[in-house]
Each structure stands twice: as C-alpha cells, then as structure tokens.
Write a protein that binds this ligand. Sequence first.
Ligand code: MGD
Ligand code: MGD
Ligand code: SF4
Ligand code: MO
Length: 728
Amino acid sequence: MNPTKSQCPYCGVGCGLEVQPPAIPGKATNRDSRGNPIWQVRGDRAHPSSLGKVCVKGATVAESLDKNRLKYPMMRDSLDDKFRRVTWDEALDKIVNRIQTVRFTQGPDSICMYGSGQFQTEDYYVAQKLIKGALGTNNFDANSRLCMSSAVSAYIKSFGADGPPCSYNDLEETDFAFLIGTNTAECHPIIFNRLRVYHKKNKKVKMVVVDPRRTKTAEAADLHLAIKPGTDIDLLNGIAHLLMRWGYLDTVFMDECTAGFSEYAEVIEHYPPELVARKCGIRLDDLETVARWWGESGRVLSMWSMGINQSREGTGKARSLINLHLMTGNIGKPGAGPFSLTGQPNAMGGREAGGLAHILPGYRLVSNPQHRVEVEQFWGLKPGQISPYRGRSAWEMITGLETGEVGLLWIAATNPAVSMPDLERTKAALRKSPFTICQDAYFPTETANYAHVLLPAAQWGEKTGTMTNSERVVTLCEAFREPLRQAKPDWEIFAEVGRRLGFKEMFDFADSEAVRAELIELTRDRPCDMTGITYDRLREKGPIQWPCRDSNPDVSEERLYTNLQFHTADGRARFGAYHAKGLAELPEKDYPFVLTTGRLYGHWHTMTRTGRIDKIRKLHPEPFIEIHPRDAEKLGVEEGNLVIVRSRRGMARFPAKITKAITPGTVFVPMHWGALWANFAEANALTHPESCPESLQPELKACAVQLVPFTIEGLAEVEESDRVLVSN
Ligand SMILES: Nc1nc2c(c(=O)[nH]1)N[C@H]1C(S)=C(S)[C@@H](COP(=O)(O)OP(=O)(O)OC[C@H]3O[C@@H](n4cnc5c(=O)[nH]c(N)nc54)[C@H](O)[C@@H]3O)O[C@H]1N2
Ligand SMILES: Nc1nc2c(c(=O)[nH]1)N[C@H]1C(S)=C(S)[C@@H](COP(=O)(O)OP(=O)(O)OC[C@H]3O[C@@H](n4cnc5c(=O)[nH]c(N)nc54)[C@H](O)[C@@H]3O)O[C@H]1N2
Ligand code: SF4
Ligand SMILES: [Mo]
C-alpha cells in the first residue's frame, strides 16, 4: 500500500510526511506506550523542502490524533450552563439565526471571526468569502496577527508586496547567516540542521545569532550578540552606520533599485557604535565584527521570527533589517535576502487567501479600491459590498467585546484563552461575549470554557487541502482517514453557513479541489500567482513553489526579485527610516525584570496535541522560569524553588531554572502551559497588548515583572501589595 503524502501540521518549515495505517499486512502494528495502535509517520524523501527529515513533533504527530477529540456539536445558553449535545442542524440553525440577528440589529461589523495559520488554504478562502464577501465586514483576523503580521507589513512597505523572497536552498549558498530574534534550532529545527551542517563544513561561512538568551541556536553561532530585549533597531541602525562609515554600500543597486535612502541616512547618523554597543549591552568589537562580516560577505542571508515581529515596533525592526540588504544589494540572488521564518504550517496560505483583517485574496489590500472591485466582481457581488475599512485585529475583537460592539465571535483553530496577551482581560472580555462559537478539533481546550457553541473540526489527515510553507512551497495534504465521529472540515462548515444564509451559489463547492480552483484564479498575475498549482499538478508533480503560472506551469521562481523589480509603483524598494523606541514597558523599581516568552523544542503552542504525546511530555514535563545565577542569588532563589512572578496585569508561578543562558535582568518562561495543563503558569497572565502601530502585532516578547520567592513570607508580601493595589 502506498503511503499518503502530506505536510507536517506543525511548524512553517513544512516538512513532507508519508503516512501509513497502524497495521500494515506482514508488519508489526505501531503502538503508543499504552499499547494503542497509531498511524505510522515518516519523512517524505521526495519533498523538496525537507528531503525526508522530520523533528520530534512531526515524527510523533500521529499519537495525538484520537485523544480528547471534540466529537459532536454542543451548545448551551449561558456560560454558566453545562454543554448539551446537539445535532449539526440545531447548531447551524442557532448560528445562522444569531448571525442574522446581529447583522440586522448591530450591523455586520459586529460579527467577527478569529481564525488561524493552522487552517488549510481552502478553509481560509471560504472564510474570507463568507465574512468579507457575503457578510460585508472585514472582521476576519487570524492568530498570524500575533505571529507574522509585522513581517507582512514590512514586506509590503519595503517591497510593495508581501512574500518571503528566499528559498531554503539559500541556506547552503550563503556566506553569512544573520539570525535575529529566532530560536531556529528549536522552532524550525529541520532548516536549522541544514544550515548547521553547511556552516560546519564551510569554515569561511559565518553565522551570527542575536537573541537576549543563549539558545541552542546561539550555541551554534560564531558570534552570539546577547542584546538587551527591545534594542534590535539600535543594533541594526548601528550596523548600518558602520556599513556606511566603512563604505560597504552597493551604490549601483541603491541608485537603480531603491528609494528613500537620504532620510534613512539621517537617522543612522545618530547610531554611532559606542552608543549602540552601550544601549544593546554588547561589546564594541563584537558590533564591529558583525558589521564587517556583513559588509565583506558577498551573499548575506538574514533570518528572523518572533524576537523581531512580536514587538510594538515590529514593522520597524523588520524594515531596519531589510534596509541592510538594500544598502548592500543582498537580495534577488542565491544565498542572499531577508527571510522571515513563518511560524505556523499554513500562515503563508492564509496570506495568499486574504486571511487577515486588512487584506483580500491574491495579496490584495482592503484599502485599495481597485483590489476591492476585482474581488467583488470575481465573487459576483454588488459594487461596494466589500467594506473599504480594515476589520478588527485579534486584540480589537477582545476590546470590541469589552465595549459591546462585538455581538458574535467565531473562533476557529486557535486557543486565545491561552495565546492572547493580558489573559485576565482577555478572559473577562470572553466572559462578556453575547455569543461565542468555538470550532476546534480537541476538547476540552481553555477557550471552550468561553463558548456558547462548540463545533467539532476535522483535523489534519481527515480532510484534503493545501498548505504553503515558509519558502512558498505548496503541498497537497491528502486525507488518510475519515473525520472522527461527527467532525467536519472547517471550510465545509463555513460553506454550509454561507448557503444557509442564502448565498447558495457562492458556496456551492463540490469539494476542496473546487475551492482551490477558485482561489488560484484570484492569484492570476498577482505576486503570489499560483494558477499553475492545481490539485492535479500537485498529485502529479508533488509540492510546487510559487509563483507558478498556468501559462508556464513547469517553471517556479525559486527566488523573488531576481530582476530587481519590486512591486511598488516605480519598481523600487523602499528604505524605512526608524528610530529605536525600545520596549513599551520598561523595567523599573517595582517591576525590575524584563520577562520574555517563547517556545520549547517539543511542545506546540497551547499543547492540544503535544500535551497528549508521552515522549514529548517526558522531554518537557513542566513549565519553568529561567533566571541568571546573579539574579537568583540576589533574590535568594535556588534551582527548583517556586518563584512568584507578577506584572501590572497578573501573576503566575514557576519553578526556577537557574542558568547563564539568560542575560541578567531578563527572565524567560515558555508560552505553552495554559490553565488546563498547569496551575498558574500562564505566560500571558503577565504580558500586555501594546502593539506595533503599523502591523497591530502585540509585544508578546517583553513586559516588566517582579519576582518573589514562593515562601510563606513571599506570599504575604504579594498579598500585602495586592491590598495596596486594591485600596488605591
Ligand atoms: N517547537 C516549536 N516550534 C515552533 C512552534 C512551537 O510552538 N513549538 N511554533 C511555531 C510558531 S507559530 C512560531 S511563530 C515560531 C516562533 O519561532 P521563534 O521566533 O524562533 O520562537 P520564540 O521562542 O517565540 O522566540 C524566538 C526568540 O526571540 C528571542 N527574543 C525575545 N526578545 C527579543 C528581542 O527583543 N530581540 C531579539 N533579537 N530576540 C528576542 C527569545 O529569547 C527567543 O529565543 O515557531 C514555530 N515553531
Ligand atoms: N506569551 C506569548 N504568547 C504567544 C506567543 C509567544 O511567543 N508568547 N506566540 C504567539 C504566536 S506566534 C502564535 S502563532 C499563537 C499560537 O496560539 P494558538 O493559535 O492559540 O495555539 P494553538 O495551540 O496552535 O491553537 C490551535 C488550536 O486549533 C486546534 N486545531 C488543530 N487543528 C485544527 C483544525 O484543523 N481545525 C480546527 N478548527 N481546529 C484545529 C487545536 O486543537 C488548538 O486548540 O500564540 C501567540 N501567543
Ligand atoms: S521541523 Fe516543523 S515541519 Fe518539520 S517535522 Fe518538525 S515541526 Fe514538522
Ligand atoms: Mo506563530
């Protein structure tokens, strides 16, 4: 029996997988540690992005497929009631009635959908058609708002369009890999391994990692710059200052292909190396070394993820990095370019399908009248049906619940009761919601607590659809088993609601192949042209990278901008001039530490899958807080002691992990453990929602906290200060 081919449903590396049933005639049945049969998964050697490699998450994914699934729709009238099992008909009737009521009493802008980079592209597309087309509100946002939106906004502003310009092959063609704000070794392990092997073999190739923590990624680098959190723009402008001072500019490229340099040059003048080294907390000679490596390398590849994006100046950080590429002509050629490492398995597909509140399918913008007309005509809608206003961002959905402006919230494939900032406020807003639908594959989840209706979603392996990885490679993920019990694919649920709302023709899709066929037509002649990437061709050829046009379907562009023409009106890329603002919440007397948050190698986000896999639980059994030995000594905390962590918004407690891997004054906690998995260990009980004004992405990477050892006296101290807060 031939294995079914798919893409791993975890990270944006998008490794190819091959799946086979638990029992194969003549072979032993695969079983988990409790003896239950599990599907067999291995890397797909024919997949161009991963060549057969997988990490622990991909290798164990099948163990989670059947545990604690949401099996049928459930409903309740109020959050204080118990859920009762209902039929799909009942649940959908209720939803459609509610949508109509809210639409006609409060208006379509009171309806919101909050989706996810774990949708397949077909799910995303039908959701856009429903919310932005049929209902006429742009209130669809995805958890990519917390993840990639700063990269999206930086690419659009610097290049005129979204789209990571590089390919994984660039990892093996570069002279200098500059990794900033990314723990690639744990979060994108398969591409990191590729880079590490190449770097080891080629002594002349340099690797720099910029991260306040000495991560596994940093350990592999030639130089680790342990900057103070939030000083990235200082560093990047400081490197630019030196490149300019030392004459490392590619003036021909700058003259012919860019605009906006003079304003930028004025800004970087203010970032002399001595000042920058001091602000970043690094050595002057290290800063100079990095600038020299950048200037002297013929091909520079930068990679970034959440240390850059999750910041109140995330767009500024990403554009300041892109500026260095523009100064030195490091784009549009092998081994070079600014490469945002996409977090989720299909956040890229979301961007293609228009899955954020400010975009439309085919890399179009809500704010562009021509783009709206194109989509309206394609969908057969009356002129003006697509709203000219961007919809609510993820966080604005929460504040809309607070003010009563949001009358219906539909959450699908994301778990905001763990992953949103300022959880106390998020949860209070969710409690106030007049009507929340939660569409998930698993039950219970933390967010299910706040739902009026629960809809069971078919998950990975139970529906056929496409996903796009970080390097623009599209993989067809074929279903290999039936949806569990009554679960349905997300796109089918959206289409059914569309039909029941009266939009019969718009949502008359025979299958997911028909959905993709329609979507790719909307990408024709757009930067993400995928007209050559149909199900048939994916079945025939395997994964295909975009752009790939039906006029010439055997040709994919491995790199964007090789012709040095950008998607701006004049074809030139733009320098973005940004002064550093630093952190939104600085440490001070009462909250003297900077808390940063992030991921561990084995766990995936809110643990709905990985929390149920024995091997991964053993790898990371419990949450913790990383503290530098010097800080631990001052606090009187020893390894394993419980520490109470408080910010202005909430508190949590963690066992201490004392390590020199963290900069003094900074502490780290993993984001994974929500209320279902540990007591008082929620990273987001502490974080704040302050966001980048351009990308609306919250600064999940930093807030000011105080630490108190968890002793009877410590507890008393915390309670005392609580009383002070209350009496104020
Ligand atoms: N194992 C695993 N892999 C995953 C995921 C997962 O849950 N688990 N999730 C996927 C998703 S959706 C995403 S978005 C990616 C995230 O991938 P990454 O961005 O690599 O992961 P994080 O741990 O969130 O953060 C990266 C690093 O940013 C650093 N950092 C914090 N503040 C700053 C700062 O001010 N400046 C700089 N330069 N660095 C800073 C942190 O110390 C951390 O090491 O991972 C994807 N891959
Ligand atoms: N403090 C802090 N907070 C963070 C971050 C951080 O670094 N620090 N990172 C942020 C980032 S980058 C991200 S991406 C978010 C991630 O945060 P979330 O999106 O909340 O995390 P997940 O656990 O991936 O949630 C996915 C949900 O979808 C369900 N699911 C899986 N497959 C399907 C499917 O096919 N259909 C449906 N309907 N449901 C499905 C899963 O069971 C799960 O409940 O967290 C953000 N929050
Ligand atoms: S690197 Fe990412 S895509 Fe590849 S197997 Fe691991 S989690 Fe899956
Ligand atoms: Mo993410």
